[in-house]
Design a protein around this ligand. Sequence first.
Ligand code: ZN
Length: 166
Amino acid sequence: MLRVPLTLLSAVSFVLCAAAAVLWPATHTVGVTLARFSTSDAEYRLISGHGNAQFAKVPFVRPTASPQSWEETTRVGCTLSQWIIDGQHGWAASVPHLLLIGVFAIPPTLGLSSWLRRKRRQRYAPALCRHCGYDLRASHDRCPECGTKIVPMRIPTASGASQRPL
Ligand SMILES: [Zn+2]
């Protein structure tokens, strides 16, 4: 149910984390425009450079126009710049690559730990039939209740050694 969207989120997040980890050193000394698209009144740019990823809306204005206002806010290393030039509103949001790597690493890390927990639970599950839940400790080939073939599994002991497969 929820596992598929979470796995998808983890996969996308892992790709973004890897992209940020590659872009961080590759664009550390130079700014590179990764994507850009235009509307009738502005150009939107995705830029990587100098340790940051930046998404900006740059309005089309006269080359001679000067900014009427400029405002910059910085929190947790992230900067939001806003300006008005020639009556047009522009903005740029910058996020450090290191912060992106940390944030994008969270879903895959949680997904991996959840998968490991699930595997451990399955591995050390009591000897119950996976189909009907019948206690299989006295059975060796098939579940006496529903007839499901018993999948061999190892049971851990207190000493850490495994007993024979069921
Ligand atoms: Zn059964």
